[in-house]
Design a protein. Structure first.
Length: 117
């Protein structure tokens, strides 16, 4: 069973920055990609960013392009989400997802990000 642990959330003023981390317990090198999603109260979960575990190709939601950056540290089995120029509409629970090479998804518990205006 793969476990994901997120950290780095918090309260920040608009225009500020936060860096989220997600560490996976997977040591079998079966990770295919890792991604960040977010879910605000009363809204559906939405995609934020994804990174391929091998090669490092990335993709972003239009709403965060130019402000957020996803990266990874293979040695630490950790993926990061650097969030700059945060806006109140970025307020949500941010969840980490891992997809294995077999296509199985795993989710973390999430970390709260609150941006005040």
């Amino acid at each position: 069973q793969v476990q994901l642990v997120e950290s780095g959330g918090g309260l920040v003023q608009a225009g500020g920055s936060l860096r989220l981390s997600c560490t996976t317990s997977d040591r079998t090198f079966s990770s295919y990609s890792m991604a960040w999603f977010r879910q605000a109260p009363g809204r559906e979960r939405e995609f934020v960013a994804v990174i391929a575990w091998r090669g490092g190709a990335t993709s972003y939601a239009d709403s965060v392009k130019g402000r957020f950056a996803i990266s990874k540290d293979n040695a630490k089995h950790t993926v990061y989400l650097q969030m700059n120029n945060l806006k109140p509409e970025d307020t949500a629970v941010y969840l980490c997802q891992l997809i294995t090479t077999a296509g199985n998804p795993y989710w973390g518990q999430g970390t709260q990000v609150t941006v005040s205006s």
